[in-house]
Design a protein around this ligand. Sequence first.
Ligand SMILES: Cc1cc2nc3c(=O)[nH]c(=O)nc-3n(C[C@H](O)[C@H](O)[C@H](O)COP(=O)(O)OP(=O)(O)OC[C@H]3O[C@@H](n4cnc5c(N)ncnc54)[C@H](O)[C@@H]3O)c2cc1C
Length: 461
Amino acid sequence: MTRHVIVGGGPAATNAVQTIRQYDAQSEIVLLSDEPAHSRMALPYWIANQISQDRILTANDTMWRELKVDAQIGARVRAIHPTKMSVETEDGKQHSYDRLLIATGSRPNSLSIPGIDGKNVQPCWSIRHVESLLDSLRDKPQPRVVMIGAGFIGFIVLNAMYKRGWSLTVIEREKHVLPRMLNAASASMVKQWLTQRNVAVHCGVSVQSIADTSDGSKLVSMSSGEKITADLVIVAIGVRPNIELAVPAGIATQEGILVDSRMQTSIPNVYAAGDVTQGPVLHSDLRQVHAIQPTAVDQGRIAGANMAGQAVSYPGSLLMNVLDVCGLQCVSYGSWDEAQSTSLESRNEMPPNYRNVVLDADRIVGAIFVGQANDVGMLTDAGMIKGFLQTGTSLGPWLDYLRANPFDLRRPYIATGVPEKLRKLTLLGAPSQTPAYRQSNPQDVQRGRPHLATYQAMQQQ
Ligand SMILES: Cc1cc2nc3c(=O)[nH]c(=O)nc-3n(C[C@H](O)[C@H](O)[C@H](O)COP(=O)(O)OP(=O)(O)OC[C@H]3O[C@@H](n4cnc5c(N)ncnc54)[C@H](O)[C@@H]3O)c2cc1C
């Protein structure tokens, strides 16, 4: 009987497990994860007090039992031995595998400045980070938070804190906010939007040190000479793949673990999926790290299918970021900053609305949209752009029409047949199945608690 070992408990791992079971009811599956299976994407809702901690879980004992998975939550893998086809956990146990999936995700980068290891200075990436964040601000009626880094994750966390009415400051080293998601024109709209909502934004300056004050606050010093007092400093300056198991095992890596279109690594029977990979990019020969949830889910499903003996190829991931910045929606897709490309740009200052559709000949290769949450037209148009990108559809004669009518995407979208093409696009050649774990069932949430309790006990040791 085939024995699958999965390292990790994030969306890449859980989707792989469920997909293996879709094809193979018998094989053995062992899941080793140092955290309970959960969705990091749900952490901001917990910070915003919109959900309780339990609601971040994506699996529970019942689900593992039904899927016949030996889920060892709290088990951390310390080495992979490809020649022995086994992995070793920190308690010294060996776990043999026929097929191995590395789904270890990524971790936040740090800064090398005085005070970075001090109290109330932390990233916001894991359950533990959110626990400590909420704990440190518990008694503060109006917490003051400084966010170092104005990137995608930083702004997701900032948005959650904004919902709680906290006092917020953002410091970004680059010239404008969201430098890997927006161009200067759209970013200036975001900065203005934030300033109007009393969120202080400092761009083009770096943090030089973080000191403690006599009343227990933090003093953040910037290269501009300004100083800001805060209760908490969040460091959100990007993430990097957790490749430290792969490198000594001889698995090929660059920025991430290199995988082919079947999610196979350079070593037979060893697969990788999610943030940890450097994988195929849609309509391109490149291999890139796309540390986003949709990529983790799709790669997990492709890896699971191939581990279960199917021959399924991944078309590649589309870089996409969709973000709510305190009520201003920001969307960027694909190659939105191609220097060589032409683009259709339009903007309106009030209410703020920005669009830039990037073209390579008559194909859309990327886009930026910024507009208010209640602008339904903007949101549906952003969805149509995604359809063009996913299907790689040429605009043909509709290019001139779009140039003349940049706000009417609907006609080219229908006329070029994007909806029909999308309807036929399925990742595994069949409709996807409902996830085994449904957060809508309160009993499931209740039954999920033992994993959280195990993890919390582990943290206290
Ligand atoms: C606050 C926040 C908000 C986010 N919001 C969004 C969003 O809105 N949209 C979006 O697309 N993405 C978002 N992301 C990013 C998204 O969560 C990640 O892309 C996704 O979690 C990647 O899934 P993964 O399974 O590859 O890795 P992870 O979810 O990181 O899971 C990997 C798991 O493996 C475990 N692990 C690692 N090493 C070992 C080891 N040696 N032994 C055992 N276990 C190990 C880790 O502890 C972790 O539990 C957000 C992330 C954060 C932190």
